[in-house]
Design a binder for this molecule. Structure first.
Ligand code: MF3
Ligand code: CO
Ligand code: CO
Length: 288
C-alpha cells in the first residue's frame, strides 16, 4: 500500500505524511554521502580514493621502516628529516608537513616529553630516548598519515611503559571501529585503558579525517563516552593517534610555536594509523 502525501504519517505523529517522515526519507537525506557532508562536512571515500590512500599509506609505512633501520643514538633529528624528505621525493611523492601552516620541515620528530610536532634540527638523539616520527605523504594527490614511537637503545622501565601503553591505546581504539559504532566508542576505549594504567590522554590534539587533504572533518578525540559522537559508516577515512602522557594531560607549546610538550615534563608517547571504515569493520591503510 502506498502512503499518500496527505495521509496521516505512519509513524503515529498525527501529522500529515508530507509534513513528517516523507521529508526524513527524501532522496537527498537517504543518501548518506550527502547527509554526512551536509551535517558533518565529512567527505566519504569511494573505492578508487581508498586505493589512492592505500598507495600513499604503503609509502608512509616504507618510510617509517627506513627510519626504524637508521634511528640510533648519535644521529641528529635533522638527519631523520633528510632521510624522509629524500625518500619521499624519490618516490614521486610530497612530504605533507613541509610548509603546512608554516611548518619548516618534512617530518615531525618528537623526543621524550615532547608530545608532537617536534621540528627536526641539530638535536642529537641519545641512548634511552623515546622518539616519535610522524610521516604524512601525498601520492597522486592522496594523503596518508602514520607515526610510531621508537625506543633508542636501552630504555628505562618508564620509557617502556609509556610506549607500550600508547601502542595498546591505539590497538584498543582501532578495535572499536565498524559501522554502527561511534567516535565516542573509540575515545572511550583509549581513555579507559590509558587512565586505568595511571597515564593521561592529551585533549588538545585529536585524530582527523584524512585522504583528500591533510586534516579533514571529523575530529577524532582520544577520550569520550561510549555511544556518543558521530556514527561510523563505510567510506569514512580518518586517523587514530592517541598521545599518552606518563604524568598529567596538560601541554605547553614551546617558543618555536610548534613543539607541544607535557607541562610537567613527563614522558609522552604516540602511535598513529590511517584507517577506512568497511562494511565488516575497518581496514588500516598504514598497518603495523
Ligand atoms: N602528522 C600530524 C598529524 O598526525 C600533523 C603534523 S602537522 C605539521 O596530524 F605541520 F606539524 F606537520
Ligand atoms: Co594525523
Ligand atoms: Co601524523
Amino acid at each position: 500500500m502506498k502512503i499518500g502525501r496527505n495521509d496521516p504519517c505512519p509513524c503515529g505523529s498525527g501529522l500529515k505524511y508530507k509534513k513528517c517522515c516523507m521529508r526524513k526519507t527524501s532522496k537527498r537525506e537517504t543518501n548518506l554521502q550527502d547527509l554526512y557532508y551536509t551535517k558533518h562536512r565529512i567527505r566519504l571515500k569511494e573505492d578508487k580514493d581508498i586505493q589512492g590512500i592505500r598507495t600513499a599509506g604503503d609509502l608512509v609505512m616504507q618510510t617509517l621502516g627506513l627510519v626504524q633501520g637508521h634511528i640510533r643514538a648519535g644521529i641528529s633529528t635533522e638527519s631523520i628529516n633528510s632521510l624522509v624528505h629524500d625518500f619521499t621525493l624519490k618516490h614521486n611523492a610530497v612530504p605533507a608537513p613541509l610548509n603546512y601552516n608554516g611548518f619548516p620541515k618534512s617530518v615531525c620528530v618528537s623526543i621524550n616529553e615532547e608530545i608532537c610536532h617536534g621540528i627536526p634540527g641539530p638535536r642529537i638523539i641519545e641512548e634511552g630516548d623515546i622518539v616519535n616520527v610522524d610521516v604524512t605523504s601525498i601520492v597522486n594527490g592522496y594523503y596518508a598519515d602514520a607515526n610510531q614511537t621508537f625506543l633508542v637503545g636501552q630504555a628505562t622501565e618508564e620509557a617502556r611503559k609509556i610506549v607500550n601503553v600508547a601502542l595498546e591505546c591505539l590497538r584498543r581504539g582501532l578495535e572499536q571501529i565498524g559501522p554502527g559504532k561511534t567516535l565516542g566508542d573509540i575515545g572511550w576505549a583509549i581513555q579507559d585503558y590509558a587512565e586505568g594504567r595511571g597515564c593521561s590522554v592529551v585533549r588538545e590534539m585529536v585524530g582527523h579525517g584524512v585522504g583528500f587533504d591533510f586534516h579533514e572533518p571529523p575530529q577524532v578525540p582520544h577520550f569520550g563516552k561510549k555511544g556518543e559522537g558521530i556514527e561510523l559508516i563505510p567510506g569514512m577515512v580518518f586517523t587514530v593517534e592517541p598521545m599518552i602522557n606518563l604524568g598529567g594531560r596538560e601541554l605547553k607549546i614551546l617558543e618555536d610555536k610548534w613543539t607541544a610538550v607535557t607541562k610537567d615534563r613527563s614522558l609522552s608517547a604516540q602511535f598513529e594509523q590511517t584507517v577506512v571504515v568497511t562494511p565488516e569493520g575497518y581496514e588500516s591503510l598504514t598497518p603495523f
